[in-house]
Design a protein around this ligand. Sequence first.
Ligand code: ADP
Ligand code: ZN
Length: 747
Amino acid sequence: MIAKILINTSVNSLNKVYDYIVPEHLINEVEIGKRVHVSFGRGKNLEEGLIVKLEDDVENPKYKLKEIDSILDDISYISPERLKLAKYIAYVYFCNVYDAIKLMLPPGTKSKNSSKSLDTRKDSLVTLAKSNEQIMQDIETNVIKSAKQIQLLTFLMYNEYVLINDIIDGLSISRSVINTAEKNGYIKIDKVEKEVDFLKDLEVEKSFPLKPTDEQKYIIDSISQYIYDEEYKQCLIHGVTGSGKTEVYLQLIERVLTQGRKAIVLVPEISLTYQTVERFVSRFGNDIAILHSKMTIAKRKEEYKRIKSGKVNIVIGARSAIFAPLDNIGLIIIDEEHDTSYYSQTKPKYSTKDIAAYICKESNAVLVLGSATPEISTYNKAINGQIELFEMKNRAANAKLPKIELIDLKDDRIMGNTSSISIALKETIKNNIENKEQTMLFLNKRGYNSYLTCKTCGYVFNCPNCDVAMTYHKSNNLLLCHYCSHVEKNIKICPKCGGEDISSYQLGTEKLEEELKEAFPNASILRMDADTTVARDSQQKILDKFKNENIDILIGTQMISKGHDMPNVTLVGIIGTDALLAMNDFSSSERAFSNIYQVSGRAGRSTKEGKVLIQTSDPSNYILEAVENNSYIEFFNKEIEYRKTFGYPPFIDILLFEISGQNLQDVKKDAEKLYDILNLNNQNEYRVFSPKSPYIQKLNNRFRINVMIKARLNTKIYNDVYSKIKIFNTKKLKNTSLSITKNPIFI
Ligand code: ADP
Ligand code: ZN
């Protein structure tokens, strides 16, 4: 027997399959979709491959074929349908088929030498064994000298219980650095027990379907019909915050289950909390599998196998759960469909919604997208009839939409107020505290970083490896690069002018917390941002504490805006709005609008009326005016006009070619070459834009230059682009590499 094998290789677009002989002793084990080890080319090492086809022996083979060395999987994980999906992904997103296959293999499957079992210690959690003060002192007195040790320990100061694997991959810290820290008594390595195990930890009472409101009933009935008819259909539920979209999802899932089919529910990583999961578990019990990145690999693998075995009818998870090995899918729900986490930022750079649509089409299933602020492209499709549109204009359970007010910061400046909290907001917080009602204060992500500058010459402390300012952590006088985790400590002198007047600037959550403590010394205040929440369950802990202990004020970044029902929150203050309004990308406005609007939606979700105060220096900005009028449509209409005029998605597609490498000259040269090739015989079917540096030119010591194409993508243009990539010949690139993104959300 002959097996056709797809080889796992890093060589770009090497998707050829190779023939191997199946040796006698493996004949009973071979199966399409199982991985194998084979020797390949002249290499001495065994390479991993995937069996894609089995054939009878050929009579007189032209070449002498090699034998399969061994089979790696007990069962086949890649069905012929999955292989077809992988090919589709590879074609559309310009990657190898094997890159797409990897998305579908069980979690923790190593690419090379995967016959070895999982290193179980890698599934262990690391946490500090000494106090922050002790460690800071040891760093200051040079007891701890190694930069890597400092990097590891400072990271752990902000993050309790981190997976060893996440440290090794995320911080590029080697195992030996971790071992040294353990040996010196700075860290503890525990077996996983702090695991977030939603199903085990949740003590939920069974919930029963609510009597749907008229709006809900209409949607449930309409979409159920498509489910019963087993008809492929895309639907968008555009429902204001608190309109009861989740109840609609729950009742649709029920319909799908009674039909003997299964469902996938995708939520943004950030809203995958107990509160979200609880609503599904209380309705459907243990019929559910949960997949998210804060689970250990072993646990994820266990869930994967449960799904694969057919014991699970509902899968809930973040982006990658779209690849869960669920069969007989009748419904896929993508909640908060505007969320950018649905776009993969690593190879393959896929759009989850496109893949969900593909899967639904193949399985005659229904795709339901839901949001209060749909992505511009999605809503445009809905208006054009490519997606069926359902509107929910009212909040369920009698709650009213909050009152939204803009506060002009220019007035505050005239009054001489230099605090980051305006006079009006301060007054309203005061009243809210007196009424024993809760306040959420929102700072956008860019506004919460603080940077360090030299007051004499204006020097900004940038990361030496990346083209970005490092974040300053005042509490321990450290500078940290959030891209590559480079650390600098005890900065006293400006490296440029030698000046000693160094200070941090920009509003940060820490600074805001200080100001609030000063203004309201008796108030209880909690802070939630990327620094305080990397540990696996800390986000949930903070939210529980805020809710259960009736804390007066919660300060946070975007992450406080997602899906938490806090009935006693009646005031939302939005600070640092202006940085969010700054345009540096065609999609910035869309994200600004949805951020501000979604955060506003946290106010008054119960019987008490909510109020939202938005601080800005630009109250006549169209984004803010639309938020003030509680009108998504008003924003959409302006934005879609802008996209049309300036030629951006959804009116045109973008292909972004990124050349990167360590030497800027090499990168420039190859980018120019690519630009010339893309322009060859171009009969005005697309526009090629000359090479440009991205916003962050250097990242992790690699320079990047982009060449962009704008076109209405179709098969002809795809073929054209593929033939040009062939001429460019990525296999011959020496010091640079090429990656291509279809319709990137950030340019
Ligand atoms: P969304 O997902 O659209 O933001 P939710 O599903 O969280 O809205 O619903 C908001 C609130 O309204 C929740 O507390 C939910 O329990 C309640 N709710 C939803 N549907 C109904 C209904 N039909 N009857 C009564 N309460 C409802
Ligand atoms: Zn860096």
